[in-house]
Design a binder for this molecule. Structure first.
Ligand SMILES: Cc1cc2nc3c(=O)[nH]c(=O)nc-3n(C[C@H](O)[C@H](O)[C@H](O)COP(=O)(O)OP(=O)(O)OC[C@H]3O[C@@H](n4cnc5c(N)ncnc54)[C@H](O)[C@@H]3O)c2cc1C
Length: 491
Protein backbone atom coordinates (compact mmCIF):
# COMPACT_ATOMS: atom_id res chain seq x y z
CA UNK A 1 0.00 0.00 0.00
CA UNK A 2 1.11 3.57 -0.68
CA UNK A 3 1.26 6.50 1.67
CA UNK A 4 -0.24 9.93 0.99
CA UNK A 5 3.28 11.23 0.24
CA UNK A 6 3.94 8.49 -2.35
CA UNK A 7 0.61 9.20 -4.04
CA UNK A 8 1.45 12.91 -4.30
CA UNK A 9 4.98 12.20 -5.50
CA UNK A 10 3.64 10.13 -8.41
CA UNK A 11 1.12 12.84 -9.35
CA UNK A 12 4.02 15.28 -9.62
CA UNK A 13 5.68 13.09 -12.25
CA UNK A 14 2.66 12.76 -14.57
CA UNK A 15 2.55 14.31 -18.06
CA UNK A 16 0.82 17.64 -18.57
CA UNK A 17 -2.53 17.06 -20.25
CA UNK A 18 -4.72 19.19 -17.94
CA UNK A 19 -6.26 22.46 -19.11
CA UNK A 20 -7.94 25.09 -16.94
CA UNK A 21 -9.12 28.58 -17.82
CA UNK A 22 -6.95 28.83 -20.91
CA UNK A 23 -3.78 27.38 -19.39
CA UNK A 24 -2.06 24.00 -19.33
CA UNK A 25 -1.56 23.11 -15.68
CA UNK A 26 0.30 20.65 -13.43
CA UNK A 27 -1.30 18.07 -11.20
CA UNK A 28 0.37 19.75 -8.25
CA UNK A 29 -1.14 23.13 -9.20
CA UNK A 30 -2.17 24.84 -5.94
CA UNK A 31 -5.86 24.68 -6.95
CA UNK A 32 -5.57 20.89 -6.59
CA UNK A 33 -4.40 21.07 -2.97
CA UNK A 34 -7.83 20.62 -1.39
CA UNK A 35 -8.77 17.67 -3.61
CA UNK A 36 -5.40 15.98 -3.06
CA UNK A 37 -5.82 16.53 0.67
CA UNK A 38 -9.17 14.70 0.61
CA UNK A 39 -7.79 11.85 -1.50
CA UNK A 40 -4.86 11.69 0.93
CA UNK A 41 -7.28 10.70 3.70
CA UNK A 42 -7.96 7.41 1.89
CA UNK A 43 -4.25 6.56 2.15
CA UNK A 44 -3.88 7.72 5.76
CA UNK A 45 -6.90 5.67 6.87
CA UNK A 46 -5.42 2.43 5.53
CA UNK A 47 -2.36 2.89 7.78
CA UNK A 48 -4.18 4.25 10.83
CA UNK A 49 -4.69 1.44 13.42
CA UNK A 50 -8.11 2.94 14.26
CA UNK A 51 -9.44 2.42 10.71
CA UNK A 52 -7.12 -0.19 9.25
CA UNK A 53 -9.60 -3.05 9.49
CA UNK A 54 -12.34 -1.04 7.81
CA UNK A 55 -10.17 0.56 5.13
CA UNK A 56 -8.05 -2.39 4.02
CA UNK A 57 -8.90 -5.82 2.61
CA UNK A 58 -7.16 -9.00 1.51
CA UNK A 59 -6.77 -9.19 -2.25
CA UNK A 60 -8.48 -12.28 -3.65
CA UNK A 61 -5.85 -12.45 -6.40
CA UNK A 62 -2.58 -11.94 -4.49
CA UNK A 63 -3.57 -12.56 -0.87
CA UNK A 64 -1.88 -9.27 0.06
CA UNK A 65 -3.32 -6.52 2.22
CA UNK A 66 -4.60 -3.78 -0.07
CA UNK A 67 -6.50 -0.52 0.23
CA UNK A 68 -10.21 -1.38 0.34
CA UNK A 69 -10.83 1.16 -2.43
CA UNK A 70 -9.03 -1.28 -4.79
CA UNK A 71 -10.83 -4.41 -3.62
CA UNK A 72 -13.29 -6.70 -5.40
CA UNK A 73 -16.16 -7.60 -3.05
CA UNK A 74 -15.96 -11.27 -2.15
CA UNK A 75 -18.94 -11.51 0.20
CA UNK A 76 -21.65 -9.46 1.88
CA UNK A 77 -19.26 -8.35 4.62
CA UNK A 78 -17.14 -6.60 1.99
CA UNK A 79 -20.24 -4.74 0.79
CA UNK A 80 -21.05 -3.69 4.35
CA UNK A 81 -17.48 -2.55 4.90
CA UNK A 82 -17.41 -0.49 1.72
CA UNK A 83 -20.57 1.30 2.82
CA UNK A 84 -19.24 1.88 6.33
CA UNK A 85 -15.78 2.95 5.11
CA UNK A 86 -17.44 5.49 2.83
CA UNK A 87 -19.52 6.96 5.66
CA UNK A 88 -16.54 6.96 8.03
CA UNK A 89 -14.25 8.78 5.61
CA UNK A 90 -16.87 11.25 4.37
CA UNK A 91 -17.45 12.17 8.02
CA UNK A 92 -13.86 13.43 8.15
CA UNK A 93 -14.49 16.00 5.45
CA UNK A 94 -18.26 16.63 5.54
CA UNK A 95 -18.37 15.94 1.79
CA UNK A 96 -17.45 13.33 -0.82
CA UNK A 97 -14.35 11.17 -0.26
CA UNK A 98 -13.68 10.95 -4.00
CA UNK A 99 -12.21 7.48 -4.37
CA UNK A 100 -15.42 5.44 -4.70
CA UNK A 101 -15.71 5.81 -8.51
CA UNK A 102 -12.65 3.57 -8.94
CA UNK A 103 -13.85 0.74 -6.70
CA UNK A 104 -17.32 0.86 -8.24
CA UNK A 105 -16.08 0.75 -11.83
CA UNK A 106 -13.54 -1.97 -10.96
CA UNK A 107 -16.25 -4.19 -9.47
CA UNK A 108 -18.47 -3.67 -12.52
CA UNK A 109 -15.73 -4.45 -15.04
CA UNK A 110 -14.57 -7.45 -13.02
CA UNK A 111 -17.91 -9.18 -13.60
CA UNK A 112 -18.51 -7.88 -17.14
CA UNK A 113 -15.09 -8.84 -18.54
CA UNK A 114 -15.51 -12.34 -17.09
CA UNK A 115 -18.81 -12.92 -18.88
CA UNK A 116 -17.75 -11.18 -22.10
CA UNK A 117 -14.61 -13.28 -22.43
CA UNK A 118 -16.86 -16.35 -22.82
CA UNK A 119 -18.41 -14.86 -25.96
CA UNK A 120 -17.27 -16.57 -29.21
CA UNK A 121 -17.02 -13.07 -30.74
CA UNK A 122 -14.68 -11.79 -27.98
CA UNK A 123 -12.00 -9.63 -29.61
CA UNK A 124 -9.39 -10.28 -26.92
CA UNK A 125 -9.10 -12.11 -23.59
CA UNK A 126 -11.05 -9.42 -21.73
CA UNK A 127 -10.94 -10.92 -18.25
CA UNK A 128 -7.28 -11.98 -18.48
CA UNK A 129 -6.44 -8.41 -19.51
CA UNK A 130 -8.56 -7.13 -16.65
CA UNK A 131 -6.90 -9.34 -14.05
CA UNK A 132 -3.46 -8.07 -15.12
CA UNK A 133 -4.66 -4.48 -14.82
CA UNK A 134 -6.35 -5.22 -11.48
CA UNK A 135 -3.21 -6.80 -10.04
CA UNK A 136 -1.20 -3.66 -10.79
CA UNK A 137 -4.05 -1.46 -9.53
CA UNK A 138 -4.03 -3.30 -6.22
CA UNK A 139 -0.30 -3.83 -5.81
CA UNK A 140 0.66 -0.24 -6.71
CA UNK A 141 -2.35 1.13 -4.77
CA UNK A 142 -3.46 3.31 -7.69
CA UNK A 143 -6.34 5.77 -7.71
CA UNK A 144 -8.89 5.30 -10.49
CA UNK A 145 -11.76 7.53 -11.53
CA UNK A 146 -14.71 6.31 -13.57
CA UNK A 147 -15.58 7.92 -16.88
CA UNK A 148 -19.13 6.80 -17.61
CA UNK A 149 -21.21 9.89 -18.45
CA UNK A 150 -21.04 10.78 -22.15
CA UNK A 151 -21.86 14.26 -23.41
CA UNK A 152 -24.97 12.63 -24.97
CA UNK A 153 -25.80 15.43 -27.45
CA UNK A 154 -29.50 15.19 -28.40
CA UNK A 155 -31.03 13.75 -25.27
CA UNK A 156 -33.90 11.79 -26.83
CA UNK A 157 -31.74 10.10 -29.48
CA UNK A 158 -29.82 6.86 -28.96
CA UNK A 159 -26.03 6.80 -29.51
CA UNK A 160 -26.44 5.41 -33.04
CA UNK A 161 -29.10 8.02 -33.93
CA UNK A 162 -27.12 11.15 -33.00
CA UNK A 163 -26.48 13.77 -35.69
CA UNK A 164 -22.84 13.72 -34.53
CA UNK A 165 -21.75 10.11 -33.83
CA UNK A 166 -19.09 11.31 -31.37
CA UNK A 167 -21.66 12.26 -28.71
CA UNK A 168 -20.99 8.90 -27.04
CA UNK A 169 -17.45 7.50 -26.71
CA UNK A 170 -17.00 4.86 -29.38
CA UNK A 171 -14.47 2.77 -31.25
CA UNK A 172 -13.61 4.37 -34.59
CA UNK A 173 -11.03 1.80 -35.67
CA UNK A 174 -9.98 -1.70 -34.66
CA UNK A 175 -6.35 -2.51 -35.34
CA UNK A 176 -4.24 -5.62 -34.80
CA UNK A 177 -2.60 -4.01 -31.74
CA UNK A 178 -5.58 -2.18 -30.24
CA UNK A 179 -8.46 0.21 -30.81
CA UNK A 180 -8.86 3.91 -31.56
CA UNK A 181 -11.55 5.63 -29.47
CA UNK A 182 -13.19 9.03 -29.86
CA UNK A 183 -15.62 11.03 -27.75
CA UNK A 184 -15.86 12.89 -24.47
CA UNK A 185 -16.90 11.84 -20.98
CA UNK A 186 -18.12 14.71 -18.80
CA UNK A 187 -18.18 15.73 -15.13
CA UNK A 188 -15.56 13.05 -14.36
CA UNK A 189 -14.76 13.55 -10.69
CA UNK A 190 -11.13 13.56 -9.63
CA UNK A 191 -9.93 12.49 -13.11
CA UNK A 192 -7.25 15.19 -12.84
CA UNK A 193 -5.74 13.63 -9.70
CA UNK A 194 -6.31 9.97 -10.61
CA UNK A 195 -3.60 7.60 -11.79
CA UNK A 196 -5.99 5.73 -14.08
CA UNK A 197 -9.24 6.39 -15.93
CA UNK A 198 -11.70 3.47 -16.17
CA UNK A 199 -14.17 3.85 -19.03
CA UNK A 200 -17.61 2.19 -19.18
CA UNK A 201 -20.68 2.86 -21.38
CA UNK A 202 -23.35 5.29 -20.20
CA UNK A 203 -26.47 3.41 -21.16
CA UNK A 204 -28.11 0.23 -22.35
CA UNK A 205 -27.09 -0.61 -25.91
CA UNK A 206 -28.69 -2.61 -28.68
CA UNK A 207 -27.66 -4.38 -31.86
CA UNK A 208 -26.06 -1.90 -34.23
CA UNK A 209 -24.42 -0.03 -31.34
CA UNK A 210 -21.42 -2.37 -30.99
CA UNK A 211 -18.91 0.49 -31.36
CA UNK A 212 -20.30 2.05 -28.17
CA UNK A 213 -19.99 -1.16 -26.11
CA UNK A 214 -16.46 -0.52 -24.93
CA UNK A 215 -14.70 -0.72 -21.55
CA UNK A 216 -11.03 0.12 -21.13
CA UNK A 217 -8.47 1.80 -18.88
CA UNK A 218 -5.88 4.43 -19.72
CA UNK A 219 -3.49 6.38 -17.47
CA UNK A 220 -4.88 9.80 -16.51
CA UNK A 221 -2.05 11.55 -18.38
CA UNK A 222 -2.22 9.31 -21.46
CA UNK A 223 -1.39 10.53 -24.95
CA UNK A 224 -4.61 11.20 -26.83
CA UNK A 225 -6.45 12.19 -23.64
CA UNK A 226 -7.09 15.84 -22.80
CA UNK A 227 -8.73 16.90 -19.55
CA UNK A 228 -10.49 20.25 -19.17
CA UNK A 229 -10.61 20.73 -15.40
CA UNK A 230 -13.14 22.50 -13.19
CA UNK A 231 -12.16 23.22 -9.58
CA UNK A 232 -14.59 23.39 -6.67
CA UNK A 233 -12.58 24.99 -3.90
CA UNK A 234 -13.73 26.74 -0.77
CA UNK A 235 -12.74 30.39 -0.38
CA UNK A 236 -9.20 30.73 1.02
CA UNK A 237 -9.10 31.72 4.68
CA UNK A 238 -6.27 33.73 6.19
CA UNK A 239 -7.39 34.05 9.77
CA UNK A 240 -10.17 31.65 10.78
CA UNK A 241 -8.52 28.36 9.81
CA UNK A 242 -10.66 25.33 8.98
CA UNK A 243 -10.16 21.98 10.71
CA UNK A 244 -9.52 20.50 7.25
CA UNK A 245 -8.87 22.07 3.84
CA UNK A 246 -10.83 20.31 1.14
CA UNK A 247 -11.65 20.71 -2.53
CA UNK A 248 -12.89 18.80 -5.57
CA UNK A 249 -12.30 18.66 -9.28
CA UNK A 250 -14.20 17.37 -12.29
CA UNK A 251 -12.97 17.01 -15.85
CA UNK A 252 -14.23 16.86 -19.37
CA UNK A 253 -12.16 13.83 -20.43
CA UNK A 254 -11.69 14.00 -24.20
CA UNK A 255 -10.51 10.97 -26.15
CA UNK A 256 -9.14 12.58 -29.25
CA UNK A 257 -8.66 9.52 -31.48
CA UNK A 258 -6.90 7.83 -28.62
CA UNK A 259 -5.11 4.52 -29.20
CA UNK A 260 -5.80 1.87 -26.54
CA UNK A 261 -3.72 -1.34 -26.74
CA UNK A 262 -5.70 -4.59 -26.52
CA UNK A 263 -4.23 -5.45 -23.12
CA UNK A 264 -6.11 -2.44 -21.71
CA UNK A 265 -9.42 -3.34 -23.39
CA UNK A 266 -11.97 -5.20 -21.25
CA UNK A 267 -14.97 -5.13 -23.60
CA UNK A 268 -15.30 -4.29 -27.27
CA UNK A 269 -18.51 -4.79 -29.18
CA UNK A 270 -20.72 -7.04 -26.99
CA UNK A 271 -23.79 -4.85 -26.58
CA UNK A 272 -25.47 -7.05 -23.96
CA UNK A 273 -22.43 -6.88 -21.69
CA UNK A 274 -22.00 -3.18 -22.51
CA UNK A 275 -25.51 -2.65 -21.17
CA UNK A 276 -24.66 -4.64 -18.03
CA UNK A 277 -21.47 -2.59 -17.56
CA UNK A 278 -23.53 0.62 -17.61
CA UNK A 279 -26.07 -0.84 -15.21
CA UNK A 280 -23.49 -2.36 -12.88
CA UNK A 281 -21.28 0.72 -12.44
CA UNK A 282 -24.43 2.72 -11.67
CA UNK A 283 -25.57 0.05 -9.20
CA UNK A 284 -22.26 -0.16 -7.34
CA UNK A 285 -22.07 3.64 -7.31
CA UNK A 286 -25.60 4.04 -5.97
CA UNK A 287 -24.61 1.62 -3.22
CA UNK A 288 -21.64 3.89 -2.40
CA UNK A 289 -24.13 6.73 -2.05
CA UNK A 290 -25.70 4.81 0.82
CA UNK A 291 -22.44 5.52 2.66
CA UNK A 292 -21.69 9.07 1.52
CA UNK A 293 -25.20 10.52 1.59
CA UNK A 294 -25.84 9.46 5.22
CA UNK A 295 -22.43 10.99 6.01
CA UNK A 296 -23.44 14.24 4.36
CA UNK A 297 -26.69 14.07 6.31
CA UNK A 298 -24.57 13.62 9.47
CA UNK A 299 -22.86 16.89 8.57
CA UNK A 300 -26.14 18.64 7.73
CA UNK A 301 -27.71 17.47 11.00
CA UNK A 302 -24.69 18.89 12.85
CA UNK A 303 -24.97 22.18 10.95
CA UNK A 304 -28.72 22.43 11.59
CA UNK A 305 -28.40 21.57 15.29
CA UNK A 306 -25.52 24.01 15.90
CA UNK A 307 -27.28 26.79 13.97
CA UNK A 308 -30.35 26.19 16.13
CA UNK A 309 -28.23 26.23 19.31
CA UNK A 310 -26.47 29.45 18.33
CA UNK A 311 -29.82 31.02 17.44
CA UNK A 312 -31.28 29.72 20.74
CA UNK A 313 -34.16 27.93 18.99
CA UNK A 314 -33.07 24.31 19.45
CA UNK A 315 -36.08 23.35 21.57
CA UNK A 316 -38.74 24.84 19.31
CA UNK A 317 -41.17 22.31 17.75
CA UNK A 318 -40.45 23.32 14.14
CA UNK A 319 -36.70 22.78 14.62
CA UNK A 320 -37.28 19.36 16.21
CA UNK A 321 -39.49 18.37 13.28
CA UNK A 322 -36.85 19.42 10.76
CA UNK A 323 -34.07 17.62 12.65
CA UNK A 324 -36.19 14.47 12.75
CA UNK A 325 -36.73 14.74 9.01
CA UNK A 326 -32.99 14.99 8.35
CA UNK A 327 -32.24 12.04 10.64
CA UNK A 328 -34.93 9.92 8.98
CA UNK A 329 -33.59 10.61 5.48
CA UNK A 330 -29.99 9.86 6.40
CA UNK A 331 -30.69 6.72 8.36
CA UNK A 332 -33.24 5.37 5.86
CA UNK A 333 -30.62 5.85 3.14
CA UNK A 334 -28.11 3.99 5.30
CA UNK A 335 -30.63 1.23 6.08
CA UNK A 336 -31.40 0.77 2.38
CA UNK A 337 -27.68 0.45 1.65
CA UNK A 338 -27.23 -1.94 4.57
CA UNK A 339 -30.00 -4.15 3.22
CA UNK A 340 -28.53 -3.92 -0.29
CA UNK A 341 -25.23 -5.19 1.21
CA UNK A 342 -26.88 -7.94 3.25
CA UNK A 343 -28.86 -9.22 0.24
CA UNK A 344 -25.88 -8.93 -2.14
CA UNK A 345 -25.26 -11.86 -4.50
CA UNK A 346 -23.22 -12.59 -7.62
CA UNK A 347 -26.32 -11.80 -9.71
CA UNK A 348 -27.58 -9.07 -12.03
CA UNK A 349 -30.98 -8.15 -13.36
CA UNK A 350 -31.47 -8.96 -17.06
CA UNK A 351 -34.46 -7.23 -18.64
CA UNK A 352 -37.15 -9.76 -19.53
CA UNK A 353 -35.37 -12.55 -17.62
CA UNK A 354 -35.00 -11.35 -14.02
CA UNK A 355 -32.01 -11.87 -11.71
CA UNK A 356 -29.39 -14.29 -13.10
CA UNK A 357 -25.93 -15.38 -11.91
CA UNK A 358 -23.29 -13.06 -13.39
CA UNK A 359 -19.51 -12.76 -13.10
CA UNK A 360 -16.88 -14.91 -11.39
CA UNK A 361 -18.62 -14.96 -7.98
CA UNK A 362 -17.84 -11.43 -6.81
CA UNK A 363 -20.64 -9.77 -4.86
CA UNK A 364 -23.12 -7.27 -6.24
CA UNK A 365 -25.45 -5.27 -3.95
CA UNK A 366 -29.19 -5.79 -4.18
CA UNK A 367 -30.40 -3.48 -6.91
CA UNK A 368 -33.79 -2.47 -5.51
CA UNK A 369 -32.43 -1.36 -2.15
CA UNK A 370 -29.36 0.37 -3.60
CA UNK A 371 -31.58 2.35 -5.99
CA UNK A 372 -34.21 3.13 -3.35
CA UNK A 373 -31.55 4.50 -0.97
CA UNK A 374 -29.83 6.58 -3.65
CA UNK A 375 -33.07 8.04 -4.97
CA UNK A 376 -34.42 8.89 -1.53
CA UNK A 377 -31.29 10.69 -0.38
CA UNK A 378 -30.36 12.24 -3.75
CA UNK A 379 -33.73 13.91 -4.18
CA UNK A 380 -33.53 15.33 -0.65
CA UNK A 381 -30.44 17.46 -1.28
CA UNK A 382 -32.18 20.76 -2.03
CA UNK A 383 -34.75 20.24 0.70
CA UNK A 384 -31.85 19.86 3.16
CA UNK A 385 -30.62 23.28 2.07
CA UNK A 386 -34.14 24.62 2.62
CA UNK A 387 -34.06 23.31 6.20
CA UNK A 388 -30.63 24.86 6.83
CA UNK A 389 -31.86 28.15 5.36
CA UNK A 390 -34.99 28.03 7.54
CA UNK A 391 -33.03 27.50 10.77
CA UNK A 392 -30.14 29.88 10.02
CA UNK A 393 -32.18 32.90 9.00
CA UNK A 394 -30.57 35.43 6.64
CA UNK A 395 -27.25 35.81 8.48
CA UNK A 396 -25.11 33.49 6.26
CA UNK A 397 -26.16 35.38 3.11
CA UNK A 398 -24.65 38.69 4.22
CA UNK A 399 -21.96 37.52 6.64
CA UNK A 400 -19.00 39.94 6.92
CA UNK A 401 -15.76 39.19 5.11
CA UNK A 402 -12.87 37.72 7.08
CA UNK A 403 -10.80 40.93 7.04
CA UNK A 404 -13.71 42.96 8.49
CA UNK A 405 -13.87 40.43 11.31
CA UNK A 406 -10.26 41.16 12.28
CA UNK A 407 -9.95 44.86 11.36
CA UNK A 408 -9.53 46.66 14.74
CA UNK A 409 -11.99 49.37 13.56
CA UNK A 410 -14.82 46.85 12.99
CA UNK A 411 -13.86 43.70 14.91
CA UNK A 412 -15.38 44.66 18.28
CA UNK A 413 -18.55 46.02 16.72
CA UNK A 414 -19.06 42.96 14.53
CA UNK A 415 -18.40 40.58 17.42
CA UNK A 416 -21.01 42.43 19.47
CA UNK A 417 -23.65 42.42 16.72
CA UNK A 418 -22.98 38.90 15.41
CA UNK A 419 -23.29 37.32 18.84
CA UNK A 420 -26.49 35.35 19.38
CA UNK A 421 -25.88 32.75 22.09
CA UNK A 422 -24.05 34.32 25.07
CA UNK A 423 -22.81 30.89 26.21
CA UNK A 424 -20.79 30.19 23.04
CA UNK A 425 -17.58 32.23 22.51
CA UNK A 426 -17.96 34.58 19.54
CA UNK A 427 -14.84 33.18 17.80
CA UNK A 428 -16.58 29.75 17.77
CA UNK A 429 -19.79 31.25 16.42
CA UNK A 430 -17.85 32.98 13.61
CA UNK A 431 -16.01 29.79 12.66
CA UNK A 432 -19.30 27.92 12.61
CA UNK A 433 -21.02 30.40 10.28
CA UNK A 434 -18.02 30.46 7.92
CA UNK A 435 -18.29 26.66 7.61
CA UNK A 436 -22.06 26.89 7.19
CA UNK A 437 -21.46 29.34 4.32
CA UNK A 438 -18.85 27.04 2.73
CA UNK A 439 -21.41 24.24 2.68
CA UNK A 440 -24.47 26.06 1.42
CA UNK A 441 -23.67 29.49 0.03
CA UNK A 442 -20.18 29.37 -1.50
CA UNK A 443 -19.07 29.13 -5.12
CA UNK A 444 -18.35 25.42 -4.74
CA UNK A 445 -21.55 24.59 -2.81
CA UNK A 446 -23.79 24.67 -5.89
CA UNK A 447 -21.61 22.19 -7.78
CA UNK A 448 -21.61 19.86 -4.79
CA UNK A 449 -25.41 19.91 -4.65
CA UNK A 450 -25.67 19.16 -8.39
CA UNK A 451 -23.22 16.30 -7.89
CA UNK A 452 -25.16 14.92 -4.94
CA UNK A 453 -28.40 15.12 -6.94
CA UNK A 454 -27.25 13.78 -10.34
CA UNK A 455 -24.11 11.74 -9.50
CA UNK A 456 -24.68 8.02 -10.03
CA UNK A 457 -27.63 8.92 -12.27
CA UNK A 458 -30.47 11.45 -12.08
CA UNK A 459 -33.46 10.42 -9.91
CA UNK A 460 -35.40 9.35 -13.03
CA UNK A 461 -32.72 6.70 -13.71
CA UNK A 462 -33.18 5.19 -10.25
CA UNK A 463 -36.95 5.29 -10.65
CA UNK A 464 -36.66 3.43 -13.97
CA UNK A 465 -34.37 0.82 -12.35
CA UNK A 466 -36.72 0.38 -9.39
CA UNK A 467 -39.96 0.08 -11.36
CA UNK A 468 -38.50 -2.15 -14.09
CA UNK A 469 -36.89 -4.58 -11.62
CA UNK A 470 -39.47 -4.64 -8.84
CA UNK A 471 -42.01 -7.44 -8.93
CA UNK A 472 -45.09 -5.22 -9.22
CA UNK A 473 -47.15 -8.13 -10.60
CA UNK A 474 -46.66 -9.99 -7.31
CA UNK A 475 -48.19 -7.01 -5.50
CA UNK A 476 -51.22 -7.14 -7.81
CA UNK A 477 -51.53 -10.84 -6.87
CA UNK A 478 -51.82 -9.88 -3.19
CA UNK A 479 -54.68 -7.51 -3.99
CA UNK A 480 -56.35 -10.03 -6.32
CA UNK A 481 -56.33 -12.66 -3.56
CA UNK A 482 -57.64 -10.31 -0.86
CA UNK A 483 -60.29 -8.87 -3.19
CA UNK A 484 -61.44 -12.34 -4.20
CA UNK A 485 -60.49 -11.67 -7.84
CA UNK A 486 -59.37 -14.41 -10.25
CA UNK A 487 -55.64 -15.31 -9.92
CA UNK A 488 -53.26 -13.94 -12.54
CA UNK A 489 -53.12 -16.07 -15.71
CA UNK A 490 -49.54 -17.44 -15.77
CA UNK A 491 -47.95 -17.07 -19.24
C1 LIG B 1 -20.48 17.20 -9.66
C2 LIG B 1 -20.74 15.98 -10.51
C3 LIG B 1 -19.85 14.92 -10.46
C4 LIG B 1 -20.04 13.80 -11.29
N1 LIG B 1 -19.10 12.79 -11.29
C5 LIG B 1 -19.18 11.82 -12.24
C6 LIG B 1 -18.13 10.84 -12.39
O1 LIG B 1 -17.17 10.82 -11.62
N2 LIG B 1 -18.23 9.92 -13.39
C7 LIG B 1 -19.28 9.91 -14.26
O2 LIG B 1 -19.30 9.06 -15.15
N3 LIG B 1 -20.29 10.81 -14.14
C8 LIG B 1 -20.26 11.76 -13.18
N4 LIG B 1 -21.28 12.68 -13.06
C9 LIG B 1 -22.33 12.66 -14.07
C10 LIG B 1 -23.70 12.23 -13.55
O3 LIG B 1 -23.78 10.84 -13.48
C11 LIG B 1 -24.69 12.83 -14.57
O4 LIG B 1 -24.75 14.22 -14.30
C12 LIG B 1 -26.05 12.20 -14.51
O5 LIG B 1 -26.01 10.89 -14.98
C13 LIG B 1 -27.04 13.02 -15.38
O6 LIG B 1 -26.54 13.16 -16.68
P1 LIG B 1 -26.46 14.62 -17.34
O7 LIG B 1 -25.68 15.52 -16.43
O8 LIG B 1 -25.98 14.47 -18.72
O9 LIG B 1 -27.95 15.16 -17.30
P2 LIG B 1 -29.09 14.85 -18.37
O10 LIG B 1 -29.10 13.40 -18.64
O11 LIG B 1 -28.95 15.77 -19.51
O12 LIG B 1 -30.37 15.23 -17.53
C14 LIG B 1 -31.08 16.47 -17.67
C15 LIG B 1 -32.56 16.16 -17.67
O13 LIG B 1 -32.90 15.51 -18.88
C16 LIG B 1 -33.60 14.31 -18.59
N5 LIG B 1 -33.28 13.35 -19.64
C17 LIG B 1 -32.05 13.04 -20.11
N6 LIG B 1 -32.14 12.08 -21.07
C18 LIG B 1 -33.45 11.79 -21.21
C19 LIG B 1 -34.19 10.88 -22.01
N7 LIG B 1 -33.58 10.07 -22.89
N8 LIG B 1 -35.52 10.84 -21.86
C20 LIG B 1 -36.14 11.64 -20.99
N9 LIG B 1 -35.50 12.52 -20.20
C21 LIG B 1 -34.17 12.60 -20.29
C22 LIG B 1 -33.10 13.89 -17.22
O14 LIG B 1 -33.99 13.01 -16.57
C23 LIG B 1 -32.99 15.22 -16.53
O15 LIG B 1 -34.26 15.60 -16.04
C24 LIG B 1 -21.15 13.76 -12.17
C25 LIG B 1 -22.06 14.82 -12.18
C26 LIG B 1 -21.87 15.93 -11.38
C27 LIG B 1 -22.86 17.06 -11.47
Amino acid sequence: MRTRAQYIERLGKMNRNLYCNGEKIDRLDERHEGAINVMGLTFDAAWDPASRDLCTATSHITGETINRFNHIHQNTEDLHKKQDMTRYLCNKVGQCIQRCMGIDAANAIHAVSYEAQKSPQAKTAYHDNWLKWLKRFQTEDLVACCAQTDVKGERLKRPSEQTDPDMYVHVVEERSDGIIVRGSKVHISEASIADEILVVPTRALKKGEEAYAVCFAVPGDYEGVKQIVHFHNARKRDHFQRGIEYGYTDSYVIFDDCFVPWERVFLCGETLHGSVAALLFALFHRHSYSGCKPAMLDFVIGLAALAAEINGIEKTPHVRKMLAELIMTGELGYAAGYTASALGKPEVYMPGVGFVPYGPGSYIPNSIYANVGRCLTGEAVFHEQEILCNIAGGLPATFPYEKDLINPETKGLLEKYLKRNPNIPIEEQIKFWLTFIDFGLSGSAGSMMYGAYHGGGSPIMEQIAITSQYDIEAKKDIVRAIAGMKPRQKK
